[in-house]
Unconditional design. Structure first.
Length: 352
């Protein structure tokens, strides 16, 4: 009696890679990188069904399993463009680190402050130490871009918490000018270099680390080499005057940082004063293509009303800045400001 093969079946199962890690302080999820998550077991069993005479029979093959390898990749970017002016008061250098892995990963960070030739450096001794110090590197716990020792934890052993795939974390390097550097009247320059490196390993693309990936699989270095660096130019302020820095962050309705319609941009204006001044005022037009978010204006964390009333701020739907008569904008009067002061204004605008 001859058996007749009736049906050949194959089944593949992607088992769960386990629960995701809790979000790290100061972190945001910006979307899991494309691809199956590292550590996921891919299980495959084939099935064979056949008829032997009038009797139907079936059997299964052995089961084979493979663990999805972890791809090690990272990105590190500065959140502020251009040269940052450093004062004797703690000065913040904000950065964003993103886990581009397809798995969970922590990153080791190193930061160095190197003097740069130019103003404030002796031409006969270009390696003269800069008149600045690097105080610490912390996690921006609430993501506001401002340093608060009570809320912004120092990196433990110089490492970030474990970040899930696609998760970003805000970091702050805290630098300060040494005493006397500002009163000298001659600016000093330096470069802050920060490097993030995958704790699992790094190297040229394709370098493998057997058994060190999520779920006991292998880890492979991706196109970034599992290393990312950023360099930020710094300078000390002159003896008198003030500086104004502007930064921004974006939050879309889906929680991502995508600049899409209805996403909200938070603008932060940081005014630093080296001397006591009077009549200080900050004005900022609302960018074209956006609308002001009512009730979002704050000064040093304190809400300000939108109308021109008794507090220091207002939103003007007609004009906020000379030379831009048609532009809506915000204005905040600081008035008398003490020496070595820092004031921060924030407001929000929605992309149309």
């Amino acid at each position: 009696m001859r058996g007749t093969l009736a049906l050949l079946l194959a089944t593949t199962v992607l088992a769960s890679a386990g629960p995701a890690h809790a979000q790290a302080p100061g972190g945001t999820n910006v979307g899991t990188p494309a691809g199956t998550r590292a550590g996921t077991p891919i299980v495959n069993t084939a099935g064979l069904r056949y008829d032997l005479g009038s009797e139907g029979r079936s059997t299964e093959s052995n089961t084979v399993t493979i663990i999805v390898a972890e791809r090690l990749d990272v990105a590190l970017t500065s959140d502020r463009n251009g040269t940052i002016v450093v004062t004797p008061a703690p000065t913040v250098v904000p950065m964003t680190l993103t886990n581009l892995d397809n798995g969970d990963e922590a990153f080791a960070l190193t930061a160095t402050l190197s003097p740069a030739s130019g103003a404030g450096q002796s031409p006969d001794a270009p390696d003269t130490p800069s008149m600045m110090v690097l105080r610490t590197l912390v996690i921006d716990g609430d993501g506001d871009g401002l340093y608060d020792a009570a809320r912004d934890p120092v990196l433990e052993d110089g490492r970030t918490p474990v970040l899930s795939p696609g998760q970003s974390i805000k970091l702050l390097a805290i630098v300060a000018a040494t005493p006397g550097s500002v009163s000298s009247g001659t600016p000093s320059t330096a470069t802050l270099a920060v490097t993030a490196r995958s704790v699992t390993g790094s190297g040229s693309a394709g370098t493998g680390y057997a058994g060190l990936g999520d779920g006991g699989g292998d880890a492979l270095v991706g196109r970034t080499g599992a290393v990312a660096s950023v360099s930020v130019p710094l300078t000390t302020a002159a003896a008198a005057g003030a500086t104004l820095f502007k930064s921004q962050s974006v939050r879309a309705a889906d929680g991502s940082q995508s600049a899409v319609r209805d996403a909200v941009i938070t603008y932060t204006l940081e005014a630093r004063f080296t001397d006591a001044v009077s009549g200080a005022k900050i004005a900022d037009p609302i960018p074209a293509g956006t609308v002001f978010v009512p009730g979002s204006l704050t000064l040093d964390g304190t809400p300000l009303s939108d109308g021109a009333d008794g507090d220091a701020g207002r939103f003007d739907p007609a004009s906020a800045q000379a030379g831009s008569p048609a532009a809506a904008g915000i204005a905040v009067a600081l008035g008398q400001v003490a020496a070595a002061s820092v004031h921060t204004v924030q407001f929000k605008a929605k992309i149309q």
